[in-house]
Design a protein around this ligand. Structure first.
Ligand code: F0G
Length: 432
């Protein structure tokens, strides 16, 4: 969506409306933090001046989304080879993923326009967010998800929030096809990421990020790529801030895909992103198991405008990065961990230097896909072939990170002996 103040003024447009004053905006957004109004407490609607998408702001549907932490990640930074690494943890949203920031915006529009039914196709997080916000708004929701291909945590959420959950015997791309036909026949409001209002909400973490950094702009922001809406939305947020004079430059925005679901990576390699060939997607990072991304063109524009890169990560690299983020006490779902896996590669290739300040966007909470985590620590996740693809150093890192649960008899002596053994082995590890 383009606003009078967000478009670059042209001679023929006869001038634009008065842009909001950047200092006044900064002050207003700060002031709202102390307000008791739910709309001010929302980390999305606090920035509502930059997305006037509803007539009555008093009636927006909010769960106090946004306001997510920006964590320092010194250990992961050292692993990747940068001095300054932060993680913007969007998994700390009410339904556990970054989708809440867009959903509060789009559901508020749906409710204001009087829709009764809303629907989306999803790899699990959009559906969880939609079901929650629809329930808050008193709307009915229909979720289309690929059967057997989404994490249990996400499936349980859409049921808990009362959605009509339809599992189709296809993949995400197949679900999108069916839903696109369906909305032509029924008065259902479509909430997939092509919905423009979702992008308006999803641009706000860019505002929040620089506000948390006292209006400093990092050199690099890295996001996972699935349907490719998130990078586009953040790119829009940064571009609008620059246009308004809130910041003086934009960060590079880079996108990392799973190697088994990498149509954008392939497109950039093949033709610089002029055309994109869909792929049949396969990855355990089920959130980004998408072969035919809807918003790829918008993301290519952001990559070109900011000078960002596209990388890909193997299943083994994703698992390792996820364990490293977990071991730093943060945790995230597998799809989010591609950001760290990609960062390591971009540093190794010299595309990101040690001095650059980098923010990785962690898109989903670690509890979304606990099955993945348990399998990893039990050594049941990766195939022998995938493990064989790891370097010796990576194999050693996996071995150090794996913390499978220890099952013991409920006997004091047995427990003591185990603890002594564990402590002795960690002393050995420290002296090596
Ligand atoms: N990370 C997580 C945890 C996601 O759920 C998604 C997308 C992405 C990254 C990729 O973001 O699509 O904007 O490039 N999940 C969608 C869903 C597709 O249905 O929940 P994107």
């Amino acid at each position: 969506m383009v606003y009078p103040w967000s478009a670059v003024p042209s001679a023929s447009s006869g001038g634009t409306a008065m842009p909001p004053n950047p200092n006044a905006l900064r002050w207003l957004w700060q002031e709202r933090r102390t307000s008791t109004l739910s709309i001010d407490q929302s980390g999305v609607w606090r920035f509502r001046d930059l997305f006037p998408i509803v007539k009555d702001f008093e009636r927006v549907v909010t769960l106090r989304e946004g306001n997510t932490p920006l964590y320092e990640m010194p250990k992961c930074g050292a692993i990747a080879g940068v001095d300054w690494l932060l993680a913007k943890h969007q998994g700390m949203n009410p339904t556990g993923s970054f989708k809440d920031t867009g959903m509060t915006a789009a559901i508020s529009v749906a409710a204001e326009r009087g829709f009764e039914w809303v629907a989306c196709a999803s790899t699990g997080n959009t559906s969880a967010a939609m079901a929650a916000y629809a329930a808050r708004a008193g709307l009915r929701s229909i979720v289309f998800i690929p059967e057997g291909k989404i994490a249990w945590g996400k499936l349980s959420q859409s049921m808990d929030y009362g959605a009509l959950t339809i599992q189709l015997k296809t993949d995400f791309d197949g679900c999108v096809k069916i839903l696109t036909e369906l909305v032509k026949k029924f008065p259902i409001y479509l909430l997939n990421s092509v919905n423009p209002y979702r992008l308006e909400g999803q641009k706000t973490p860019a505002f929040e990020m620089v506000e948390q950094l006292e209006w400093q702009v990092p050199e690099h922001v890295i996001v996972p790529g699935g349907n490719l809406a998130n990078g586009a939305a953040l790119g829009k947020g940064f571009a609008e801030m620059k246009q308004l004079g809130l910041i003086s430059r934009v960060p590079k925005i880079s996108v990392v895909q799973a190697q088994g679901a990498n149509p954008l990576y392939r497109a950039m390699q093949a033709n610089g992103g002029d055309t994109l060939e869909p792929v049949v997607a396969e990855t355990r990072a089920s959130a980004i198991r998408i072969g035919n991304p809807a918003s790829w063109k918008k993301t290519v524009e952001v990559l070109r405008a900011t000078g960002g890169w596209v990388e890909q990560a193997t299943e083994q690299e994703i698992a390792l990065a996820k364990a490293q983020i977990g071991a730093e006490g943060i945790g995230c779902e597998p799809a989010s961990a591609v950001t760290l896996a990609g960062l390591k590669k971009l540093v190794a290739q010299g595309k990101i230097t040690r001095e650059e300040r980098v923010v990785i966007v962690l898109t989903g909470h670690t509890l979304k896909d606990s099955e993945y985590t348990i399998k990893y620590h039990r050594g049941e996740l990766l195939t022998a072939e995938e493990t064989a693809g790891a370097t010796a150093a990576e194999r050693e890192e996996h071995a150090g990170l794996r913390k499978p649960p220890v099952v013991l008899e409920a006997d004091m002596d047995v427990v003591l002996r185990e603890l002594e053994a564990q402590m002795a082995s960690s002393r050995v590890a420290e002296t090596v």
